[in-house]
Design a protein around this ligand. Sequence first.
Ligand SMILES: Cc1cc2nc3c(=O)[nH]c(=O)nc-3n(C[C@H](O)[C@H](O)[C@H](O)COP(=O)(O)O)c2cc1C
Length: 178
Amino acid sequence: MLISIFSDLKKQLSSALKHKKHPFRYGTLATTGVDGSPHLRTVVLRGFDQEMLTLTIYTDSRSDKIKELSQDPRAEFLFYDSSQFLQLRIKVNLIHDAPSKEIYNQIPEPSKKDYTSIFVPGEEIKAPDAVTYNYDQPNFTELIFEAYELEYLKLKRPNHLRVKFLLNDDWEGSFIAP
Ligand SMILES: Cc1cc2nc3c(=O)[nH]c(=O)nc-3n(C[C@H](O)[C@H](O)[C@H](O)COP(=O)(O)O)c2cc1C
């Protein structure tokens, strides 16, 4: 049963890359703020490697998360599928933070705006339409995180199902109290 849960959760994360409506397409990424406080935000899952257990996101290299991760590379992803009452928590370490012209060039033109604002993310602006863009100077960066702990929780009757998988245990998995 543990093996099938592990392979199912990997399958579901991979499926989120192909299906835009999959609930795991959007996750919450938690980092530690520079002052030590928790910091959460929604991100799009752009890559998932079933063998390496890595998760990829794209972001603006000037955003707060970059400063936070350079200070503490640990982070956590949260995914929730309300149709299955299924929660995944994935503890990760940042292993790659680099611009990629190749990926940036493949991004649809309207989405390039997300990485080319002349304003730094979080900077105060006069109005939403005050933002302008410099497409020649993208701040696009690819972040890749390596998982070291996965927790699967499915709420169901008569027994909830909660399982922890650890890299240090070769992802063998064990049931834990819900
Ligand atoms: C639906 C949705 C999807 C988002 N996807 C991303 C994303 O893939 N990458 C990203 O950096 N920010 C994404 N954001 C914006 C972040 O939630 C966040 O506001 C931004 O990255 C700044 O975060 P930071 O200041 O903590 O670095 C998304 C926001 C929403 C509402």
